[in-house]
Design a protein around this ligand. Structure first.
Ligand code: AMP
Length: 284
């Protein structure tokens, strides 16, 4: 596996691969990898001649009081996991290479980035859209792979690619979960054993939302079903527990029968903030 530390080196490597006719899949990550990331790499490896995984903890998508400094990092372990999953190239630039002195242009996201994470993490999606644009320019993949775990992010990225006319296909793969339903996340490392056990309440809440959405079109009833389950875990504090249109994130009082919706959760357990989601169909 080859490690590339600068955007220039990355671009030169990809140019050579593409000139030789290779198809390229890429997986943008912030490192501290787990089986969720590995599932994206394995799929990319199955579908392409070359796979590039980026590892970059992007400072511009963290708020001033968020966990940028303490975000977990373990480059050597990440490389072992990536090699095993079939990754050929690791793009691991430092902050100065991505944002050299004088850097002054950002991508401004629109409506789909406003609610939910956009409300609780102001500026987050502008940071994501900017870094994803820069990573795609550096890695120049045919297909970029993202996880449904970060549902709103997938909508923001699809919008970004369409609006800026970026020459890449976006693939979104299912969320990989622990046996108790907890969505795998690098941030799960912040959880104590006890909290990890309690965190299963998120998936139970999503499951309750899904069975309620099968029998009602009333958004508040679906949201209450999720909130009621979360309330059984007193140490969980809710940022949001919402149902929204799966494509637009609109929140009408009533959905249509057959409408695809997404159930979205952001919950704090102690000092750890967890997000999760489930896509389902009203009446199904
Ligand atoms: P991150 O390193 O958290 O920025 O995540 C990098 C990519 O992996 C994003 O597209 C995430 O949505 C995806 N990802 C993170 N956790 C999971 C998971 N449990 N299952 C599937 N994909 C995931």
């Amino acid at each position: 596996m080859e490690i590339l530390r600068t955007r220039i080196a990355m671009q030169q490597r990809i140019d050579a691969l593409r000139s030789a006719g290779a198809s390229v899949g890429c997986v943008p990550t912030m490192g501290f990898l787990h089986d969720g990331h590995a599932s994206l790499v394995r799929r990319a490896a199955a579908e392409h001649d070359a796979v590039v995984t980026s590892i970059f903890v992007n400072p511009t998508q963290f708020g001033p009081n968020e966990d940028f400094r303490r975000y977990p990092r373990d480059f050597d372990r990440d490389c072992r996991l990536l090699a095993e999953a079939g990754c050929g190239y690791v793009f691991a630039p430092d902050v100065d290479d991505m944002y050299p002195t004088g850097f002054d242009t950002t991508v401004r996201t629109g409506a789909v980035a406003m609610p939910f994470e956009g409300t609780f993490r102001p500026g987050h999606f502008d940071g994501v859209a900017t870094v994803v644009t820069k990573l795609l320019v550096a890695m120049r993949p045919h297909v970029a792979y993202f996880g449904a775990k970060d549902y709103q992010q997938t909508l923001v990225v699809r919008r970004l690619v369409a609006d800026l006319g970026l020459d890449v296909d976006i693939a979104v793969l299912p969320t990989i979960r622990e046996a108790n339903g907890l969505a795998m996340s690098s941030r799960n490392t912040y959880l104590s054993d006890d909290e990890r056990h309690r965190a299963a309440v998120l998936f139970r809440a999503l499951a309750a939302g899904r069975s309620t959405a099968a029998v009602t079109t009333d958004r508040s009833v679906i949201e209450r079903a999720m909130a009621d389950v979360l309330a059984t875990e007193p140490s969980a504090s809710i940022d949001y527990a919402a149902a929204a249109d799966a494509d637009t994130l609109a929140q009408p009082e009533r959905f249509d029968s057959g409408q695809a919706i997404v159930l979205l959760l952001a919950v704090r357990l102690g000092t750890t903030r967890l997000i999760d989601n489930l896509v389902t169909t009203i009446g199904a």
